[in-house]
Design a protein around this ligand. Structure first.
Ligand SMILES: NC(=O)c1ccc[n+]([C@@H]2O[C@H](COP(=O)([O-])OP(=O)(O)OC[C@H]3O[C@@H](n4cnc5c(N)ncnc54)[C@H](O)[C@@H]3O)[C@@H](O)[C@H]2O)c1
Length: 398
């Protein structure tokens, strides 16, 4: 194969975990010309069989078999949070490049073990997807960095969802096992504001709440992040299925599809579910949902950045600038494939084939987890927490 042939060859991708996130990534990778789906692993037979049939690919019951498959060059890991360290280290040890879902792991020590395993085998590690990969967040970053609106002062990220009342595996409701919004949802907001403000969070003051004793993990949170250089970001999240922030985002859902707002519907439906784990698999696992590409851009609630000469907002189809001359829209081409996941796949491909350093590497993922853990610590201790493991967008240490 010529040099160009090798660069153009699709990357053989394996999927670990064929649940909600795994299913979305299967559709995103199937639509990406730079990837070829080769295999997947999941203990559940139904999504495995559907995947093998739809993609003429192998399906294993165990991740150890997936990472040993020679046709797999990179593994996307979307297994439950408590397995992220084990599965990422295993993949790296087998010489596979890794896209690891958020949260990177449960502790900073776990993150170090993953980074070390990837560096030892010289494989690429990307922590994502998060909504920081969304095209409208990347465009906001470019506009801010371009300087036309002057210096950035503050960012507001605000989301209200039904997160806590979707059918959940038991560990998803146990903070010690990586459950709750701090490990699952708020990392989207942390990653986004870190990307927009340059990456280096100096301190966190936060208060997270457990408001439903039947679902005993953090379901809401208010946090103030102070960045090096003076930028502040406020993160507000509630997953209690009362208000829905998509009502204020043009009636469009998280992945970009039109959405019928129905406050409290998830909570009411959950009252009729006997076995949440089974219901989760039947509702969300690969083979049970739609592969349709949504018509609008993905988003995570409302994201607004305030600069000296204007505000920027991630909108339905691009970025809205509210400037001194009025309001204007900077549209984003919808393009082929699934926005957000497509960018994570692009970054992995650019790293593997062309040696480009991804922003969302292992050290970046660890820094995002550090902020999430600091929110929990600040809640427990009722004080501001200083951070020590932050990295900048360009990879330099804080
Ligand atoms: N980036 C996003 O927008 C996004 C969206 C949803 C979930 N996620 C992340 O994806 C990951 C998975 O979450 P989910 O919502 O898809 O959960 P899920 O419960 O829907 O799916 C998890 C899947 O992993 C499988 N699994 C369990 N143990 C396994 C093992 N030992 N080996 C292989 N597979 C195993 C389960 O059978 C299930 O199919 C989490 O890290 C979550 O935070 C990310």
């Amino acid at each position: 194969m010529t040099q160009n042939g090798a660069e153009n060859a699709p990357i053989g991708l394996g999927i670990a975990g064929l649940g909600m996130a795994g299913a979305v990534m299967v559709h995103a990778a199937a639509a990406h010309p730079g990837y070829s789906l080769r295999a997947a692993a999941d203990p559940h037979a139904a999504p495995r069989e559907a995947f093998a049939r739809d993609h003429n690919a192998r399906a294993y019951s165990d991740v150890s078999m997936l990472v040993a498959d020679p046709a797999v060059e990179a593994v996307y890991i979307a297994t439950p949070h408590q397995f992220h360290r084990e599965h990422a280290v295993l993949a790296a040890q087998h010489g596979k490049h890794v896209i690891l879902e958020k949260p990177m792991a449960l502790t900073l020590g776990d993150c170090d073990a993953i980074v070390e395993a990837a560096e030892r085998r010289k494989v690429t590690l990307i922590v994502g997807h998060t909504h920081a990969f969304d095209p409208n967040v990347r465009l906001m970053r470019r506009i801010i960095a371009g300087g036309e609106l002057g210096p950035l002062g503050m960012i507001h990220s605000f989301n209200y969802t039904n997160f806590l009342y979707r059918p959940r595996r038991p560990e998803e409701l146990d903070t010690a096992k990586g459950g709750g919004i701090l490990f699952n949802q708020v990392p989207h907001q942390i990653d986004t504001v870190r990307l927009l403000a340059g990456g280096l969070v100096r301190s966190v003051r936060a208060s997270a709440s457990v408001l439903d004793s039947a679902r005993p993990t953090e379901g809401s949170c208010a946090a103030l992040l102070q960045f090096e250089g003076g930028v502040a970001a406020s993160l507000v999240y509630s997953g209690y299925d009362h208000f829905d922030a998509d009502e204020w985002h043009f009636g469009i859902g998280e992945r970009g599809a039109p959405k019928a707002i129905d406050h409290g519907a998830a909570r009411r439906a959950l009252a009729h579910v006997d076995d949440e784990t089974r219901s989760r698999t039947e509702t969300f696992a690969y083979g049970s949902g739609s592969a349709a590409m949504p018509p609008h851009q993905p988003h995570f609630g409302i994201t607004i950045a305030t600069c000296a000469r204007g505000d920027l907002r991630a909108s339905a189809d691009g970025v809205t600038i509210y400037g001194q001359g009025g309001m204007r829209e900077v549209p984003i081409e919808r393009g082929e494939g699934m926005p957000g996941r497509r960018e994570a796949l692009d970054d992995m491909r650019a790293a593997i084939r062309f040696g480009r350093r991804p922003v969302h590497d292992g050290r970046w993922g660890k820094a995002t987890l550090e902020v999430a853990l600091a929110i929990l610590q600040s809640t427990r201790e009722g004080r501001e927490v200083m951070l020590e493991h932050q990295v900048a967008v360009d990879g330099s240490p804080g």
